[in-house]
Design a protein around this ligand. Sequence first.
Ligand code: SAH
Length: 339
Amino acid sequence: MLSNILEYTLFEFEDEIMRIGEKKFRAKQIYGWVLKGVDNFGEMKNLPKGLVEKLNEHFTIELPKAIEVQVAKLDGTRKYLLELSDGNCIEAVFMKYKYGNTICVSSQAGCKMGCKFCASTLNGLTRNLTQGEIVGQIIAAEKESGEKINHVVVMGIGEPFDNYENLYNFLTLVNDKDGLNIGMRNITVSTCGIIPMIYKFANDFPQVNLAISLHASSDAVRREIMPINDKYPIKELLIACERYVNKTHRRITFEYTLVDGKNDRIEDAKALAKLLDGLLCHVNLIPLNPVLETGLKKSRRDNTNAFLRELEKRGIQTTVRRELGNEIDAACGQLRLKK
Ligand code: SAH
């Protein structure tokens, strides 16, 4: 049985290489090629022929396969439907921002969190993605687009803190100077608020940015749209956030998707400002990307603007997320769902 190199950490792969009687330094050489998108040992120019044969006997290089690419001509957004080796499909999105090229990666095939507005959770969780399948999304997108990616957000399909071990190895590999060498501060992980993992994450990755999907300012509304709130209610979540900030001194981002008539009134903005008062944070208002099956509607433009102004007036740093790739099915999970 051949094993996929991308499923090893760099350390583990060094052991594997020594186990087949080769010098340790070869591991980083080979892994480096794999991360550049070379998926054939014969094309790794600095390897002796004997080694190439040996590698073929023991290992494979499996990358997610782009079976659909939607390109938004206006802003250069590229949305990928990627097929994994077992036939499962996931999505990744490449986006161009002023500060650089960003990829949004998936952490699971499906999701079990059940947020009411989200397409990714409609069919539940199929399985966790492996480290190699998460990093493979970056490699596949770089290869297809010919662009170098220097920012990573884990905000695609799935709940990253529900797949912590693989997320851990993924983040380590992405950051490693012999891996993708992307700075911790250029990486953001978004969670629906799994509190024990927030504490763990603060210890393990104090320099990686944390985004919390809040989406409501009261438990009554939040539990309606985010079932996870029953387990981890707002008050406890915000205590965890406060401890996170005390430990890491990093500003937290709160994501707040505005749903018409649900959480977008001025009173909601006032309550939100009160909740976040004094916390080192920033609110990112997300215009709802309507998913037919959910029946929820996007907040009206004037309500969105009023919400923004109210938060700003109360001293909360707020931005409205740019709607990239509007011409394509950009809502997370919509391509996979169609498939
Ligand atoms: N599970 C993680 C990361 C994936 S979702 C989390 O909950 O944070 C990434 C972000 O997109 C979350 O803030 C999520 O609530 C939001 N989102 C999901 N579906 C959306 C939709 N249809 N419109 C707007 N935002 C959505």
